[in-house]
Design a protein around this ligand. Structure first.
Ligand code: PLP
Length: 461
């Protein structure tokens, strides 16, 4: 109690920042500063902008965590949240249901490929991936294949922060210092063409990845593998776009071997690539499950989910264990307020924002690509409204390791001063602005980023 009173007194002078240092645990903290960190205070948002505690306007380059798709301060979303909460703020999902969750499922099913027409709602992306994995285990247990449980994942992947989803993560920082469920996960190479072996063509790299996948299935045994989980484009890994045709070939191998394909569209879904789902529209794959979150409510309400193939549900309906229960549920599954927000968000996307995202994306990519003339920049890559600027020590060797390891952070700090938030990832900066960004705002974003990188080059001289 005493500590609380002390910090309240302190807060009277400098409220949020000091309170955070005293009482808040931030995500991705270092041991040395855990529980004592304060990050940039933002107090409001508007369109593609955030306003910080000093009243400074910042372009929200990463759209939060890839999620503010329709932009900040959307009155339509705020209003529907209020109206739904006044009508029905919650219902207990195991003996009652609500209309927004049923209607949202219908609309999601319309966009999802093939027979993916049932949705289980979660509170975000990690719980969506966790649900898909537990569903795979349940499916195989009920079908009398208890050994068919191994999960295939790849270097560069990010699938969440809950136990099993985090065990799939490919980057060391997302799984070091935890005791991952390594006995359940088989790791494959990152499909990153920028870091493919020197002298190997993109086509040969694709063959290499596909061969590795096929060989792994053979070595582990298809009878032991439950599913593959993959992002259509690896987002947090640095916007890694696998070689053309790769995902389809992986999908075919999964199908031949009765391995479920889980497409993690937590980032790519709901407009980031110009479509509600990218799996089929852009990559010609029909997964068995799609996980989504983030853009489904544009970050206005914590909601995620898994779209599940009807075939899998029918298999369970017909199984020899009709009484087996999928003992999985969340207090906030099918949340009426979240689903109402998602419905309105979908209206906004359909009402012009998806078209706008598709129209402006080539300009966004082309303008960012101009940064490749800066010696520190090894590659700018991206698709739709997601992109990554990868810095290298030397363009020939592409070596990121000799670089000051805080290069991303330095760029972020310079850009922040200049009015742009970027998401630093060691030697990379990721950009995924709200989908409503205009060409003028893109020009501004790129100009600041250029200056931020130039200042970083001066620092490193
Ligand atoms: N899957 C992907 C592809 C993600 O990028 C993320 C988060 O960034 C997640 C899952 C986890 O989502 P959440 O942070 O909502 O739990």
């Amino acid at each position: 109690m005493a500590a609380v009173r002390d910090s309240r007194e302190m807060a009277a002078e400098n409220p949020a920042v000091e309170l955070a240092k005293s009482h808040l645990v931030q995500p991705w903290p270092y041991a040395g500063s855990i529980g004592a960190e304060a990050r940039t205070l933002v107090t409001s948002g508007d369109g593609v902008y955030l306003i910080d505690g000093d009243g400074k306007k910042l372009i929200d380059g990463p759209a939060g965590m890839w999620c503010i798709n329709v932009g900040h301060r959307r009155e339509e979303l705020a209003r529907v949240m209020y109206e739904q909460a006044m009508e029905l703020s919650y219902n207990t999902p195991w003996y009652t249901m609500n209309a927004p969750s049923a209607e949202l499922s219908r609309r999601i099913a319309e966009y999802a490929p093939g027979d993916l027409n049932h949705v289980f709602y979660t509170t975000g992306g990690s719980s969506a991936v966790e649900t898909a994995l537990r569903f795979m285990q349940f499916y195989n247990n009920v079908r009398g294949r208890p050994e068919k449980k191994q999960i295939l994942s790849r270097g560069g992947a990010y699938h969440g922060s809950t136990y099993l989803s985090a065990s799939l993560n490919g980057r060391p920082r997302d799984r070091d210092w935890m005791d991952a469920a390594d006995d359940l996960v088989v790791k494959l190479s990152s499909p990153d063409p920028f870091r493919r072996p020197k002298g190997m063509s993109a086509e040969a790299f694709c063959d290499f990845l596909v061969d590795e996948f096929r060989d792994t299935v053979k070595a582990v045994g298809a009878q032991n593998i439950g599913c593959f989980v993959g992002e259509p484009i690896q987002a947090s890994g640095g916007v890694i776009i696998a070689p053309a045709g790769y995902l389809k070939r992986i999908r075919d191998i999964c199908r031949e071997n009765d391995i479920l394909y889980v497409s993690d569209e937590v980032v790519t879904g709901f407009g980031r690539l110009g479509h509600v789902f990218a799996s089929e529209e852009l990559f010609d794959i029909e997964p068995d499950m799609i996980t989504f979150a983030k853009g489904v409510t544009s970050g206005y309400f914590p909601l995620g989910g898994v779209v599940i193939s009807e075939r899998l549900l029918k298999d369970l309906n017909r199984s020899n264990h009709p009484d087996a229960m999928f003992g999985h549920g969340l207090t906030y599954t099918s949340h009426p307020v979240g689903c109402a927000v998602a419905l309105k968000n979908l209206d906004l996307l359909e009402g012009g924002i998806l078209d706008h995202a598709r129209a402006v994306a080539p300009y966004f990519q082309q303008r960012l690509k101009t940064l490749e003339d800066l010696p520190l920049v090894g590659e700018v890559r991206g698709a739709g409204l997601m992109a990554c600027v990868e810095c290298v020590a030397d363009r020939e060797s592409k070596d990121p390791l000799q670089l000051d390891k805080d290069v991303g952070k330095r760029i972020d700090q310079h850009c922040h001063e200049l009015g742009l938030l970027v998401r630093p990832l060691i030697n990379m900066c990721v950009m995924s602005p709200p989908l409503v960004i205009t060409k003028d705002q893109i020009d501004h974003l790129v100009a600041i980023l250029r200056e931020g990188i130039s200042r970083t080059m001066d620092d490193l001289r």
